[in-house]
Design a protein around this ligand. Structure first.
Ligand code: GAR
Length: 208
């Protein structure tokens, strides 16, 4: 059984999808052992509490530098004996030291089909605003390993979602969450915990 630590900053619907998948037995090779929030008062913390999962809050502005914040997160992850770190709406770019320490053991869900609408400055609703402004007919979600390039790590799984003519950023966000994010994030989490993902030459592959 692998220890899954989920990092959140907001509403935590992706965390909820993970909790529900574990309850249904779809995540069976790992267990969500801790939720870490970068924000006080994040609703994701309530979701963890309701599910009986220990949670911790590590707020960026409590630390004087990005490096000391990274060190604090690293300490918590070590204490929690994290095998897999899942970024589920975590809105802070992780420090290089942490990324190196957990190479190919951190996954992130991003609300577009990478390499579209990704990188620094593309997060949350902003991603969908850009997609609508560009007039794309298809968007979707991506789960990828985290490396030192923002949204640039090996892609593990993607799911396309149709964009409708009358979409607003909010309606598109909701459809992408429901039809893509909440499905592929739990799937990848189980595949990782079952040792069914390998990375070779910077690309990720799912093993049969
Ligand atoms: C999700 O749409 C997630 O893909 C996105 O933030 C939202 C968090 O929602 N993440 C990013 O944009 C990361 N670059 P949630 O807190 O309800 O899971």
């Amino acid at each position: 059984m692998k220890n899954i630590v989920v990092l959140v900053s907001g509403g935590g619907t992706n965390l909820q999808a993970l909790i529900d998948a574990e309850k249904r037995g779809e995540i069976k090779s790992g267990k969500i052992t801790c939720v870490i929030s970068s924000k006080n008062g994040a609703y994701a913390i309530e979701r963890a509490k309701t599910a009986g999962i220990p949670s911790r809050i590590v707020v960026r502005k409590d630390y004087s530098s990005a490096d000391s914040y990274t060190d604090a997160l690293l300490d918590v992850l070590k204490e929690e004996k994290a095998d897999l770190i899942v970024l589920a709406g975590f809105m802070i770019i992780l420090g290089e030291k942490l990324i190196k320490a957990y190479e190919n053991r951190i996954v992130n869900v991003h609300p577009s089909l990478i390499p579209a609408f990704c990188g620094e400055g593309f997060y949350g609703l902003r991603v969908h605003k850009y997609a609508l402004a560009r007039g794309v007919k298809v968007s979707g979600a991506t789960v990828h390993f985290v490396n030192e390039i923002a949204d640039g790590g090996p892609i593990i799984m993607q799911m396309p979602v149709a964009v409708l003519d009358d979409d607003t950023p909010e309606t598109l966000q909701k459809r992408i969450m429901e039809q893509a994010e909440w499905k592929i994030l739990p799937k990848v989490t189980e595949l990782f915990c079952a040792d069914k993902i390998k990375v070779e030459n910077g690309k990720a592959y799912i093993l049969e």
